[in-house]
Write a protein that binds this ligand. Structure first.
Ligand code: ADP
Length: 289
């Protein structure tokens, strides 16, 4: 049986999260939420990650701790190779920790089976990478609808070519159309990725990342492949979606100006995270990749 009417979901989710919405993109939220006694949406403790490589063990994190309150927008900066992408992968259940606890959106992600991890990602995580990874043979609309179709399939076990699946496919495409409108690309619905500019491709990727109404947005250099003006516009969009959908967002970036627009900046160095107080401090990291 189909459980939801996805077409109505974006607005419904916004209303459900209304208490979490705020005036700024995460500024000062950590303290406010901590004072309210609310459980952090991300709680990482004693994280270790070891990769076995041809040259021996590579220990990336050394008892890394992280707490993120619901509604925060956090920038993570650091040298290339410090482990920023790996940290996002672990938070998003794309990779497993070697030790430590990782609680994300009320889920102990380290304990998930592969199947549970896939369902968790689909439900709770919106992921955006430096490169859009849109499927070139599908239209913008179909690309955005893809996670909804996958989720419907997971829930119902109904293959997508059966007539009984038609209802939720129509809903999925309608929801995807709503999201394309949200990112300002409703008139590009039937364009394939190759027919879109870099900024437009990233906007489609954002719509796809958020189409399932996840609580968390994890973005790995989301503007890293764009020119300065387009990067600023895509960041404006991320900021707007973060606020209007009550998201908790973690952005890996090398752009000090964009990092400075986040509520908190953390630097990953020596296997741990440390807060940076000012945008000038982030500037030292610029161009390191
Ligand atoms: P960053 O995002 O900060 O540039 P990454 O998280 O991508 O860093 O990588 C951190 C280090 O871990 C790098 O030295 C990289 O080569 C290594 N690494 C990442 N993934 C793997 C893997 N699957 N196997 C072995 N080493 C890896």
């Amino acid at each position: 049986m189909i459980e939801t009417s996805p077409a109505a979901a974006p607005q419904a989710t916004r209303q459900a999260r209304e208490p979490e919405l705020r005036a700024g993109a995460g500024g000062g939220q950590s303290q406010a939420h901590a004072q309210s006694g609310q459980t952090p949406i991300i709680e990482v403790s004693g994280l270790e990650k070891t990769y076995r490589t041809a040259r021996g063990a590579l220990n990336l994190f050394h008892g890394l701790d992280l707490q993120v309150e619901s509604g925060e927008m956090v920038a993570i900066v650091g040298q290339s190779g410090a482990g920023k992408s790996t940290l996002l992968h672990i938070l998003g259940a794309l990779d497993a920790p070697s030790a430590g606890t990782v609680n994300c959106a009320s889920t102990d992600v380290a304990r998930l089976s592969a199947r549970e991890a896939a369902a968790f990602r689909n439900r709770e995580i919106g992921y955006v990478w430096q490169f859009h990874y849109l499927l070139p043979e599908f239209t913008a609309l179909e690309n955005v609808a893809m996670p909804l179709l996958a989720r419907g399939k997971m829930r119902t076990g109904v293959p997508s070519n059966r007539s009984s699946s038609l209802g939720w496919k129509v809903d999925a495409l309608q929801t995807a159309a709503n999201w394309l409108r949200e990112v300002g690309l409703e008139d590009r619905a039937d364009h394939r990725p190759g027919e879109l500019s870099g900024g437009e491709q990233q906007r489609v990727a954002l719509a796809r990342a958020l189409v399932n109404n996840p609580r968390l947005l994890l973005a790995d250099e989301p503007t890293g492949d764009l020119d300065e003006i387009t990067a600023g516009r895509v960041f404006d969009l991320i900021e707007r979606l973060h606020l209007s959908h009550g998201l908790t967002s973690i952005l890996v970036t090398h752009n000090p100006d964009l990092a400075a627009r986040c509520g908190r900046i953390l630097r990953l160095e020596g296997g741990r995270l440390a807060p940076l107080a000012t945008a000038q401090q982030v500037g030292f990291q610029a161009g390191s990749r």
